[in-house]
Design a protein around this ligand. Structure first.
Ligand code: GLA
Length: 930
C-alpha cells in the first residue's frame, strides 16, 4: 500500500512539475468518479484540471481547478466537512487524516473514546494506575488550562490527569477511575495522552481499509451528535465546514438562517446525495434573473451536493463548478422548500470557507468613498467578526463585494491568497469570523440586513454565485485568476478579446449643455485626433438643464437637438465615428412627466415624507410592469438612432426601502428583487441589442462588480478623473477586475475634481491601463496638445491589445510607497509588454529603486524601447529642471536588449525627477520579429 502510494506520488510529481501545469495526470488505483467518468486502474492517465474526483465509498470530494484543489467530505454525522483548499494534491493521497484531526477537540474525542471504553467495560481488568498520574491532577484543572472545549488544541496535558476527573468535568460522569483504568488497558491505552489521542486507535482501523469506515461510536451519527451536544453548553468545536448551521452549538457566524413556521430556526442540514455534471449547471432563475458565469462541458465540471434537514425534510443544494483553465471555483446555494409549510430565508451565504488556524491571518478588501473607490485595505484579524457590506441597494462606492484572506500581510508576488467575490450588484456582506482557537470563517452572500424571503412549500431560492480563487503567487496570482475567469467565463461573449473604440464623452466637456452645436464641435475635433466614438452624456432629454429634472422623460430635448438623435448619430457617423448615449433609467425625477403620471412606481414608504423637491426617486424595479416599461422605453431610444454604445448610469442609493406593490410580508424581498429586476432589464436589452456595448456606472464607481460585468464589458470607474487619484483607484480596482473593464478617461487640466495639473503624458499613461477614453473639450486644447493627443491615440491603438489581453502586473504600489507607482501588462502570445512608471512626489537627492519587471520568459531576449521620452533634465549648472531640445532617455539610449532574467532580476533604472514625471517602455521578445 505504502509502496504504491509512493509510486503514485512520484508520478504526480513528474506530471505536476510546478504550479503552472495545464492539467494533471495520475495513475489511479481504486474506483473513483472523475467528472462523469469512472476510471479503474486500467485507465491510468486522467486529466484532473476541471474535474471532480469523488471517493464514492468515503464520500470525499476533490475539486481540481487549473492547478489547485478544493476538498471536503461527509463527516460521520453527515455535515459537509471542509478539508483543504490550496495547491493540487495527488488524488491518491488519503486525506482522511485531515478529517480526523478536524473533528471534535481532543477533549471531546476523549469523551467519545469514553463511550467506546464503556462499551468495552466487560473487558478483563488490569492495572495501569502508575501511568495515570497523580490524583490531584483532575479534569477540572485540565478544563481550566484549556479555558474552552471549543475545538481548541489541548495546551497543557503534560501532567497526567485522571480519567475520572476529566470525565466528570466533561459529562458529570460518576464512573470510577478503576473501571476506566481497566478499560484503557483493554484498549492498550496506558495514559491520558493516549486517551486524548485515542483517535489513533480509530485511525488504524480507517487505514486498514481502502474505503473510509467510521467504527465504534462514530458509526452511529446520533451517538456522535450526543457527545457533541454535551459540549454545546460552551460551544461546539469549530469544525471546518462548508455550510455552517447556527442554533446547534456552533457559535460562529452561520452560513444560513432559516425560520420555520413554528418560529424555530434549528436546521441541521445533513448529506443526502450528490451528483456530478459536465460543464456548468445553469441557474434556474426562478426567483428572478441573476448573472452567472458560463462554461462548457470541455472546460468545467459541476458538483451538486444535496443536503436535507432530517427533521423538517427541507432540502438544499451546495453547487460547485470547477474550471480547467483558471484556479477558480464558483459556488452557490439553492434551498428547496420540500416541507409542507412556508419557511423564511433570513440569511443564505453563497459560499462559506473555514480556514484552519494559522500564525496571523490578514483580511484584504477594497473600500473607499465616492470619487475615491476601491482603495486596498489589509488588516490583521483578531478574535471576532469583521463585516464588510453594502446596504445601499448597489454594491457601493464604500465597499466592494470582494475579500481575500492571506497568512500574514499579503505580498504582491509571493504567498498564498484566497480571494472571494460575489457575482452580485446589490446589498452584500463579506464576513470573516475568527473564533477563539484561531480558525477563521470567510463567507459572502446577500446582506441579511433588511432581507427576508418567504419560501412557500415547493418554492426554490437560489443564491447569487460567489467566485473563489486560490493563488500561491500572492495578490498578483489572485488578480490573474480573477481577470482570466471574468474574461473567459463572464464578460459578454461578443466583446471578448475586443478593445473598446477610443471614445470621447461629453460630460466634463459640456455637462448639461449637450446642444447639437456643442456636440458636433467636439465631434469634429475628436475625429481629427483619431477618436473613434462620441458618447453624449447627461442632458440630451426632457428639459434636463441640471440634475433636478427630467429623469424618466426619455425623449429628445428638441431645444438642444432639434433634429433628434438619429440625425446627430448620422452626422457623427459621417465623421467616421460611432455614436453612444447616456441613460439613467432606474431613476425618475420629481420634476418629470413620468413621475406626474406614475407616482406609484417609485420605491418609497407612503407615510414617510421623502424630501424630493429637487431630487429623484428610485423606480420600483421589483414590479414587472415597471421592468417592461423600461425595456420598451429604452428599446425605442436605442432603435431611434444608430446607437452602438450605452452608458447606463444610476446616481442614487436606495433609501426608505418599501414597495407599495408588495405585501407587508414581502417587504424583506424588495432589495434583492430590485437587483434581479435590474438584471432582467439588462438581460433583455443586451440580448435584444447585441451590437451595443454597454458601460455601467453608478455615480462613478458605485456598482463596480462581477454582476454588472455579465452585461457590460466595462464599467465607469470613478467620477474622479484626476490622473493621480486614478492611479490609486485603478490600482485597487485591478486587484479583482481586468484592465479592459476599467473605463479610464483622460480629462482636462486643471482637473475638475481636484484642480490638480498633470502632464498629458501622465494622464495618457494612467488611462492606457484601462479602457481609454477622453473626458475633455478638445475644442479648447492647444494645437500642440492636439498633435500630442493624436500620437497618444495611435499608441493606444497599438498597445491596448497588450493591456486588454495580456496579464497585468502591479510593479510599484502607490499605497505602500505614497511616492511611486508602476504597472506592466505582458501579452505572452505576442511576446510584448508595455510598462509605465509614475512619480507622485519627488524626493530630491534620493534615488529611485530599479524597476524590476515581471512575467517575462527568463531565457528570452527582449528589446526594450522607451516610448514618449521626456525632454526634462536637471541642469547641473543651474540646478533647475529644464526642457532640452532632444529626448532624455532613462536608459541612456532609445533602446536596450536584455534577457527576461536580467529585466526581472536587475530591472530598469528609471530616473524620474519631478512630481508627475513618468516613463514608459515597449518591450518585445526579439525572437518573434527577427
Ligand atoms: C454620474 C456619472 C458621470 C456623469 C454624470 C451625469 O455622476 O458618473 O460620469 O455621467 O452622472 O449626470
Amino acid at each position: 500500500m505504502e509502496r504504491e502510494r509512493r509510486a503514485l506520488a512520484h508520478v504526480f510529481d513528474r506530471m505536476v512539475p510546478d504550479a503552472d501545469q495545464a492539467a494533471m495526470a495520475v495513475e489511479g488505483t481504486g474506483r473513483r468518479t472523475v467528472g462523469k467518468e469512472v476510471f479503474e486502474d486500467t485507465q491510468p492517465r486522467v486529466k484532473l484540471a476541471g474535474t471532480v474526483v469523488v471517493d464514492e465509498a468515503g464520500k470525499h470530494f476533490r475539486l481540481y481547478s487549473k492547478s489547485s484543489m478544493y476538498a471536503f467530505c461527509v463527516d460521520p454525522v453527515g455535515r459537509i466537512e471542509h478539508l483543504y483548499w490550496g495547491k493540487a494534491l495527488p488524488p491518491n493521497d488519503d486525506l482522511t487524516y485531515l478529517s480526523f484531526s478536524n473533528g471534535p477537540a481532543k477533549l471531546q474525542r476523549a469523551a467519545v473514546a469514553k463511550n467506546h471504553l464503556r462499551a468495552k467495560a466487560s473487558a478483563p481488568v488490569s492495572t495501569g494506575k502508575e501511568a495515570l498520574g497523580s490524583d490531584e491532577d483532575n479534569g477540572i484543572a485540565l478544563l481550566d488550562s484549556e479555558s474552552s472545549v471549543d475545538g481548541g488544541t489541548v495546551k497543557n496535558y503534560s501532567n497526567m490527569h485522571t480519567i475520572e476527573g476529566t470525565e466528570k468535568s466533561l459529562a458529570g460522569d460518576t464512573t470510577t477511575a478503576d473501571t476506566h483504568m481497566a478499560m484503557t488497558s483493554a484498549l492498550g491505552i496506558s495514559n491520558l495522552q493516549d486517551l486524548l489521542d485515542a483517535g489513533s486507535v480509530f485511525r488504524a482501523q480507517i487505514d486498514s481499509s481502502t474505503s473510509i469506515k467510521c467504527p465504534l461510536p462514530w458509526e452511529n451519527p446520533r451517538t456522535f451528535l450526543g457527545e457533541w451536544a454535551g459540549a454545546a453548553t460552551f460551544g461546539r468545536p469549530s469544525k471546518l465546514l462548508e455550510f455552517g448551521e447556527g442554533s446547534t452549538g456552533d457559535y460562529r457566524s452561520p452560513s444560513f438562517d432559516l425560520r420555520f413556521q413554528d418560529g424555530g430556526r434549528v436546521c441541521p442540514f445533513r448529506y443526502q446525495s450528490h451528483r456530478v455534471v459536465s460543464g456548468k449547471q445553469p441557474m434556474q432563475h426562478i426567483n428572478g434573473r441573476l448573472p452567472e458565469l458560463h462554461a462548457n462541458v470541455e472546460n468545467a465540471t459541476t458538483l451538486v451536493v444535496t443536503l436535507v434537514d432530517e427533521q423538517s425534510l427541507l432540502e438544499c443544494d451546495l453547487v460547485y463548478t470547477v474550471f480547467n483553465d483558471v484556479d477558480a471555483i464558483v459556488r452557490r446555494v439553492v434551498v428547496r422548500n420540500t416541507t409542507a409549510h412556508p419557511i423564511l430565508v433570513q440569511k443564505l451565504m453563497s459560499a462559506t470557507v473555514d480556514f484552519h488556524t494559522s500564525n496571523s491571518y490578514f483580511l484584504t478588501h477594497l473600500s473607499g468613498s465616492w470619487a475615491n473607490e476601491r482603495r486596498i485595505v489589509s488588516k490583521e484579524l483578531s478574535m471576532g467578526r469583521v463585516c464588510i457590506d453594502s446596504c445601499r441597494g448597489t454594491s457601493s462606492h464604500q465597499h466592494n463585494p470582494f475579500a481575500a484572506l492571506s497568512v500574514g500581510q499579503p505580498q504582491e508576488n509571493d504567498g498564498e491568497v484566497y480571494g472571494m467575490t460575489l457575482v452580485y450588484s446589490g446589498n452584500f456582506v463579506a464576513e470573516s469570523d475568527m473564533c477563539e482557537n484561531g480558525r477563521v470563517r470567510l463567507q459572502m452572500g446577500i446582506n441579511p440586513n433588511n432581507f427576508e424571503w418567504e419560501l412557500k412549500s415547493n418554492d426554490i431560492f437560489e443564491s447569487p454565485e460567489c467566485v473563489l480563487v486560490f493563488s500561491d503567487s500572492g495578490l498578483t496570482g489572485m488578480s490573474h485568476q480573477f481577470h482570466s475567469l471574468f474574461r473567459h467565463h463572464l464578460l459578454p461573449k461578443q466583446f471578448k478579446n475586443t478593445v473598446c473604440p477610443v471614445l470621447i464623452n461629453t460630460w466634463e466637456a459640456m455637462y448639461f449643455d449637450t446642444t447639437y452645436a456643442n456636440v458636433m464641435s467636439l465631434a469634429k475635433g475628436a475625429a481629427k485626433s483619431g477618436v473613434e466614438m462620441l458618447v453624449v452624456d447627461d442632458g440630451w432629454f426632457g428639459s434636463r438643464d441640471d440634475a433636478t429634472s427630467s429623469l424618466g422623460d426619455w425623449y429628445v430635448c428638441k431645444k438642444k437637438l432639434p433634429e433628434g438623435l438619429a440625425k446627430l448619430a448620422q452626422d457623427i457617423n459621417d465623421l467616421g465615428m460611432h455614436f453612444g448615449l447616456w441613460v439613467e433609467p432606474e431613476l425618475v425625477s420629481h420634476k418629470s412627466r413620468l413621475y406626474q403620471k406614475r407616482p406609484d412606481w417609485i420605491l418609497h414608504k407612503p407615510d414617510v415624507n421623502k424630501d424630493s423637491a429637487d431630487g429623484d426617486f428610485v423606480l420600483d424595479l421589483t414590479r414587472t410592469d415597471v421592468q417592461n416599461y423600461l425595456i420598451d422605453c429604452m428599446s425605442s431610444v436605442f432603435e431611434s438612432a444608430n446607437i452602438e454604445y450605452v452608458k447606463w448610469d444610476m446616481n442614487s442609493h436606495i433609501t426608505e426601502i418599501y414597495s407599495d406593490h408588495a405585501a407587508p410580508s414581502a417587504q424583506g424581498k424588495v432589495y434583492h428583487q430590485y437587483c434581479m429586476g435590474l438584471y432582467q432589464i439588462l438581460n433583455t436589452l443586451t440580448s435584444r441589442f447585441p451590437r451595443i456595448r454597454f458601460e455601467t456606472c453608478c455615480g462613478g464607481g458605485g456598482r463596480f462588480d462581477a454582476g454588472m460585468l455579465q452585461y457590460s464589458p466595462q464599467i465607469w470607474t470613478s467620477d474622479n478623473t484626476d490622473a493621480t487619484s486614478r492611479l490609486f483607484i485603478q490600482h485597487g480596482t485591478s486587484l479583482v477586475y481586468p484592465p479592459s473593464c476599467i473605463s479610464a478617461h483622460i480629462s482636462s487640466v486643471p482637473n475638475h475634481q481636484t484642480l490638480r495639473i498633470s502632464s498629458f503624458k501622465f494622464r495618457f499613461l494612467v488611462s492606457l491601463f484601462g479602457s481609454l477614453g477622453l473626458e475633455l473639450n478638445i475644442a479648447t486644447i492647444e494645437e500642440r496638445e492636439c498633435a500630442e493627443l493624436s500620437m497618444y491615440l495611435q499608441l493606444c491603438k497599438a498597445l491596448s491589445p497588450i493591456v486588454h489581453e495580456g496579464e497585468f502586473y502591479r510593479l510599484w504600489n502607490p499605497v505602500d510607497s505614497k511616492q511611486l507607482c508602476a504597472w506592466m501588462s505582458y501579452h505572452q502570445g505576442r511576446g510584448e509588454a508595455v510598462v509605465a512608471a509614475f512619480l507622485l512626489t519627488s524626493d530630491p537627492g534620493h534615488y529611485l529603486p530599479r524597476l524590476r519587471l515581471k512575467g517575462l520568459e527568463p531565457q528570452s531576449n527582449y528589446l526594450v524601447e522607451e516610448i514618449i521620452p521626456s525632454t526634462a533634465a536637471h541642469n547641473v549648472q543651474t540646478g533647475r529642471i529644464e526642457a532640452c531640445p532632444a529626448p532624455i532617455y532613462k536608459l541612456g539610449k532609445k533602446s536596450i536588449t536584455a534577457s527576461g532574467r536580467t529585466l526581472m532580476s536587475a530591472g530598469l533604472p528609471v530616473h524620474l525627477i519631478y512630481d508627475g514625471d513618468t516613463a514608459a517602455f515597449f518591450i518585445r521578445d526579439i525572437s518573434r520579429f527577427m
